[in-house]
Design a protein. Sequence first.
Length: 176
Amino acid sequence: MYLVSLYFDSKTEEILQRHIDKVAAKTGNTYMQERRIPPHLTVASCRNVREEELILALNRCSGAWHTGTVNWAAVGSFKPHVLFLAPVLNQYLHELCLSVNTAIGRLDGGIDASGHYQPFEWMPHTAVARTLTEEQMLTGFHVLQTNFQPFLGDGVKIGLARSNPYQNLAVWDLAE
């Protein structure tokens, strides 16, 4: 699977990484650290496409992308195994999701059948922990509820990564 994700300025990355590390320390679940998954917000995913064609398609639309503000407002979970911080779905995130998915959709086999990252089917989130047990979920949720306060951050890069293991294949700096 390929993931197209938004990456953040260093201050925002530090805040997100702090939450990831606190949850890992209290739960013992170090999945994110072991796999070197950086703080990110996935805006699209796809399978069954040729990597070279995907990179070219994203290159073509990358000129339309720009930096933007993300407003993390809540703590959430995807049962049974994921804790995340949820940003407000603002115009910036919607347009980014739409742009990337449109580019991918033009490729043969580009649309991910799961649809989890399609416009109007997507719930923006930044994963803090994955593969948690139920007990770890409860502990991690408590850690986030205790430590989380809403904050703003800036998206400054878009990355194309291959999952399992997480590996960036291309990164685009965003214009201001």
